[in-house]
Design a protein around this ligand. Structure first.
Ligand SMILES: [Zn+2]
Length: 394
């Protein structure tokens, strides 16, 4: 269900920002003024300069920047000192050099804006303005909201798992619901990692964010595969084989990435499992609709199904939908919402007010589907139970 990994498709744009002479000057000045222990940074800047002079560069971008650079020479030490090391948390997340780098991105971006020049990326990323100590405030808040909506689903799904586990007639239904519990727990972990990553973007938090995202993709694949391919009916050995195979895929994928990071490979693997799951959800949704349409029994009036249908309809009423006929199509509709969010992501534009970008919008869109998602699957399992009982009774 969760498609938030699709943002990985967005092409990595080459960064102009970190190659600007103004930026390099600023970083150099800040590091000196703040006396950061940055021998490496200073050496890199120095070496690049020498190389550029040797090669007869700088290019156009640098030439333009140089001509207007005068006003950037007068750095104010107070600006570099501002908000740095005022809070112990800050020390944990922002080293002196990282803080200088951030502030120089802000100075250069502001200066370019004043001179009517477009916002540019630094190290492949937009220069977000920190707020409340968070590097990408809105992406972090929306990620946490995603964590929260998944957390809300723990109790109802757990209740159904318990209820069905106790049932001596049909304990296998608990198996299906347990897959959704795994998906919820995996999603919570994934969204927490995403929150941390957007609070502070460093290689370690980025890696964990990707690992969390793949866990969600794979757990989603597991849940729909388990349901559609009727894995819950397989023997214990076969079921263990199914889970072991997916676990192996996860461990292999993460180990491979850890040893050698490859964005293209990561995207392809996520695409394969994500699109396969998407196709299975659509097929499953249509099969449920067909089963309801061709059945001689009117399940909607069943006392067993009624509370779950009412729960779904109550939520749908909030968005003005009051028709139970739409319920079988919900997985398709929720996937469409995800794809709409994705359409933002594919147009990678500079963030509004240096705060909200397409990625944040994508995280905003993914908040809503889980509110209906797990209710739908509880409803679906109850319907499955009724249909199985009706078949047995024949
Ligand atoms: Zn994110």
């Amino acid at each position: 269900m969760n498609l938030w990994w699709l943002w990985l498709i967005a092409p990595a744009v080459a960064s102009i920002g970190d190659n600007l002479e103004d930026f390099k000057d600023c970083v150099h000045a800040c590091n000196s003024m703040m006396m950061c222990d940055t021998d490496d940074v200073l050496k890199t800047i120095h070496d690049t300069r020498i190389q550029q002079i040797m090669e007869g560069r700088p290019g156009d971008q640098v030439a333009v920047a140089k001509s207007k650079r005068k006003d950037l020479y007068f750095y104010d030490r107070r600006f570099f000192q501002e908000s740095y090391r005022q809070h112990p948390m800050f020390d944990l997340w922002w080293s002196c050099a990282a803080d200088c780098n951030y502030k120089c991105q802000q100075i250069v971006t502001h200066w370019r804006h004043e001179h009517g020049e477009p916002m540019v990326k630094f190290y492949g990323k937009w220069p977000f303005t920190r707020w409340l100590g968070m590097q990408e405030f809105f992406s972090a808040i929306f990620s946490f909201a995603n964590f929260y909506v998944n957390w809300l689903a723990v109790k109802p799904v757990l209740r159904q798992v318990h209820k069905n586990s106790k049932s001596h007639i049909a304990p296998e239904y608990a198996r299906i619901l347990r897959q959704f519990l795994y998906l919820i727990l995996g999603s919570m972990a994934g969204w927490l990692l995403s929150t941390v990553f957007h609070i502070r973007d460093v290689p370690a938090t980025e890696t964990l964010d990707y690992f969390g995202a793949f866990a969600i993709v794979l757990l989603n694949f597991n849940a729909i595969g388990y349901r559609l391919l009727k894995v819950w009916r397989w023997s214990g050995m076969a079921r263990a084989g199914w889970h072991s195979a997916l676990l192996l895929v996860y461990v292999f994928h993460c180990t491979k990435l850890y040893l050698h990071w490859d964005y293209g490979y990561n995207t392809r693997v996520n695409l394969v499992f994500g699109l396969a799951a998407l196709a299975m959800w659509v097929i499953h949704s249509l099969l449920v609709k067909r089963a309801l349409a061709t059945s001689t029994v009117d399940y909607s009036s069943s006392a067993q199904l009624m509370p779950f249908e009412t729960a779904l309809l109550n939520k749908l009423k909030v968005v003005g939908i009051n028709n139970s006929k739409i319920i079988p199509y919900l997985p398709i509709l929720l996937n469409i919402i995800m794809l709409l969010g994705l359409s933002f992501e594919l147009r990678d534009r500079p963030p509004w007010f240096q705060m909200i970008d397409a990625h944040a919008m994508w995280h905003l869109f993914t908040i809503w589907p889980p509110l209906l998602w797990y209710d739908w699957n509880i409803w679906d399992v109850e319907l499955l139970k009724l249909r199985q009982e009706a078949t047995k009774a024949k």
